[in-house]
Design a protein around this ligand. Sequence first.
Ligand SMILES: [Zn+2]
Ligand SMILES: [Zn+2]
Length: 138
Amino acid sequence: MGGQPGFRMTPQRQAVLDAVRDAPEHLTADEVYARVRAELPRISLGTVYRSLEELVHRGLIGRVQGGGAQRRYDRSTDVHCHARCLACGRVDDTDVEGVDLRKLVASRVPGYRVVGCGIELVGYCPRCVKAGHAEPRG
Ligand SMILES: [Zn+2]
Ligand SMILES: [Zn+2]
């Protein structure tokens, strides 16, 4: 079926998928694990990691491209930009004026099959600015 042998939507994968899709924010694997465990107390962190990667591979969820200590997952698989907080690591969706991301993704890179792009603005989120964690610009 569909040329993707070995993939079944198990209860574990479904729970991981639901956790990512239900979250307005961009969750780390640990955060997904914490949420899924409420439903499936016996699931392991390894299963959550593997499920996340399989779901990304299948195009059911996105993975945030860009820096940051931890991988984050995205309920949106559309091309979009992110802003990342340097203090707490939070990631939000954002628009970048004047940049046509779809055009960017359509760019030709010799020898490459381009499948996405990660534009990331970095700075400090409103909560961290308020808490005084922001460094001056530059
Ligand atoms: Zn922050
Ligand atoms: Zn996003």
